[in-house]
Design a protein around this ligand. Structure first.
Ligand SMILES: Cc1ncc(COP(=O)(O)O)c(C=O)c1O
Length: 402
């Protein structure tokens, strides 16, 4: 039996990690949140604009469905690909909203949107294969690509193109080793939304090559201007698209852990095997609540979107009044991505200073890749009152320091 003395000694052994762990990245939002919490413990008051989750509670009809499911005994393992009724509901939803015919054997339910990113990359890319991903973009893409030993090829999103990409540049990055192209609209962190023309141009750049598109559409219901367009709807692309969507952002269900992928059935079978190997299944009562989310009253989604839009308008207008800041109006998601190059500060330094000296937690644009230099990301998933307070603090800080 291990005594306390022998256990202590065990910690003296060098930790020998697999080499791949040195290539695993992270999501800085969680680190900044920890630093902000440490400052709060020292008595400082921080306004949290760093984390990417709705500040609303999960709608009551969904919570009630989850509680009832627990009471009714939905507490056991379920099928790895998801409960048949939820897969049906998702197939219906995606068929209706993307104008394609999707059946339930093309749907895999997983614990959040993130596993679809990980599983797609694991399933499709060998070492040295190339994967093109948006930069600035959700940091998990680059992290996972590098983790599996594939090559991460950034495609730059450009402010002057409304945070769209240059399709000639995309075409120039595609070669025989390209296995996957990741696109994300509405986009985290820029709030950019691809138009139908943008999607058509991307499809044209891919042409008839045997390359898959991972289309991260987790913010598809959070669009303020224009409509959502998916590459899955482009003729000839249904077989080559993995559509990622989920419940975290649309229904304020980040902590329930549920998302899904829609893809050709042969690939869905492999993703299901990855689920069996890693998670067994998504929590059963969560999935029952997911059926209510999709089939029940949608007014809470509209309410949240209207609220985010109000805050976006006020916060962007306020940012544009601050010396050194200029901010594009994001068309979707709940982030603002101001250009701060005129402050003369680098993104990371400015984000740190605003956290420590102004009590406003935001993220450096470089948390989203090297092309995020010159920008900060502030989430508007906070009350108007707090957003206005944050603007006041940032403005005061710039008056003292610029
Ligand atoms: C672009 C993007 N994709 C996927 C996710 C992951 O969502 P989930 O919490 O459902 O795993 C996020 C969450 O921040 C995101 O911003």
């Amino acid at each position: 039996m291990a005594t306390l003395a022998t256990m202590e000694k065990a910690t003296q052994y060098e930790l020998r990690l697999a080499e791949r762990m040195s290539r695993l990245g992270t999501e800085t939002a969680f680190e900044v949140l920890n630093r902000a919490r440490a400052l709060e413990r020292q008595g400082k008051e921080i306004i949290h604009l760093e984390i990417g989750e709705p500040d609303f509670d999960t709608p009551k009809n969904i919570v009630d469905a989850g509680v009832e499911a627990l009471r009714k005994g939905w507490t056991h393992y379920g099928p790895s690909a998801g409960l048949p009724e939820l897969r049906d509901a998702i197939a219906e939803e995606v068929s209706r909203t993307r104008g394609v015919k999707v059946s339930s054997d093309e749907v895999v339910v997983v614990p959040g949107g993130k596993p679809i990113i990980f599983f797609s990359i694991l399933a499709l890319a060998d070492v040295e294969d190339e994967i093109i991903y948006p930069n600035p973009g959700f940091p998990i893409y680059e992290s996972m690509i590098r983790y599996v030993g594939a090559r991460a090829i950034p495609i730059r999103l450009r402010e002057e193109r409304d945070f769209g990409l240059d399709v000639d540049e995309l075409a120039s990055l595609i070669n025989d080793r390209t296995r996957l192209i990741i696109i994300n609209s509405p986009e985290n962190p820029t709030g950019g939304v691809f138009s139908q023309q943008d999607i058509n141009d991307i499809a044209e750049a891919i042409g008839d090559r045997n390359i898959m598109a991972l289309s991260d559409e987790i913010y598809s219901r959070l669009i303020f201007e224009g409509e959502h367009h998916s590459i899955m709807s482009v003729p000839g692309f249904q077989d080559r698209t993995i559509l990622l969507d989920g419940f975290s952002k649309t229904y304020a269900m980040t902590g329930w852990r549920m998302g899904y992928g829609v893809m050709r059935p042969d690939l869905a079978a492999h993703m299901t095997r990855l689920m069996t190997n890693s998670n067994s299944c998504t929590a059963s009562f969560t999935q029952v609540a997911g059926i209510e989310a999709l089939r029940g009253d949608q007014s809470s989604v509209d309410h949240m979107r209207a609220e985010f839009q109000k805050r976006r308008d006020a916060f962007v207008a306020g940012l544009n009044r601050i010396k050194g800041f200029s901010c594009h109006l994001p068309k979707g998601a709940f982030y603002t991505f101001p250009n701060i190059t005129q402050t003369g500060w680098t993104s990371k330094k400015l984000a740190d200073a605003l956290l420590e000296e102004a009590g406003v937690a935001g993220l450096s644009g470089t948390s989203f890749g090297e092309y995020g230099e010159g920008y900060l990301r502030f989430s508007v998933a906070n009350s108007l009152e707090n957003l206005n307070k944050a603007l006041g603090r940032i403005e005061q800080w710039t008056k003292r320091n610029l």
